[in-house]
Design a protein around this ligand. Sequence first.
Ligand SMILES: [Zn+2]
Length: 230
Amino acid sequence: MTSLSSLRWTDVADLRDRLLVVPLGATEQHGPHLPLSTDTVIACELADAVGRERDDVVVAPAVPYGASGEHQAFDGTLSIGSAATELLLIELARSATETFRRVLFVSTHGGNAEAVRSAVQRLRAEGRDVRAWGPTWGGDAHAGTSETSVMLAIRPEQVGVDRLEPGATRPIRDLLPELQRDGVRGVSANGILGDATTASEEQGRTALRRATGELVAFVAGWPPVLTPTR
Ligand SMILES: [Zn+2]
């Protein structure tokens, strides 16, 4: 795997045709059992996986901040909001495309989705070959079975296994009006949307394998010519 942070600038001239993969995470509460870096850790894991799989990829240092306003009532959450996230991504990719022909954001935090979508739209309108991809775990929404399982698979030492709890277990669409009005704290005292007690390393490995396969397929299917997105 080629990691941008370990290269010298003189090494990079030969790598201009490669795809730069930028992990995009967040620093926000993930229940009483997962670290604030959870989204960033998972984004890096996925970016590294595609970096190991393909020799035409360079993995960039992660963006560890994003739009986490809905988690602000929990200590330790560091949010830069959606507008700043969008601008950060625009400027970062403008700079990155001065060297690299293609840039991919691997985005694991749902709260960044709108900023990522707008930034990519703007960048592509400027003629830059920038795309975004994010995993869909298919389970619960936040710090529950899905994310806890993935963390058990990749960073078991960082999971507080003696603190696994259920959180708000109603379907996310039912919670949405309250979530939008009161933030996560308004619907879940411990910050979990889902149930962390049903997590397992095995589920995490399966989910990670599937997500990595989807990401590798996404990169493999990247159209050779820049086409405008929706
Ligand atoms: Zn998360």
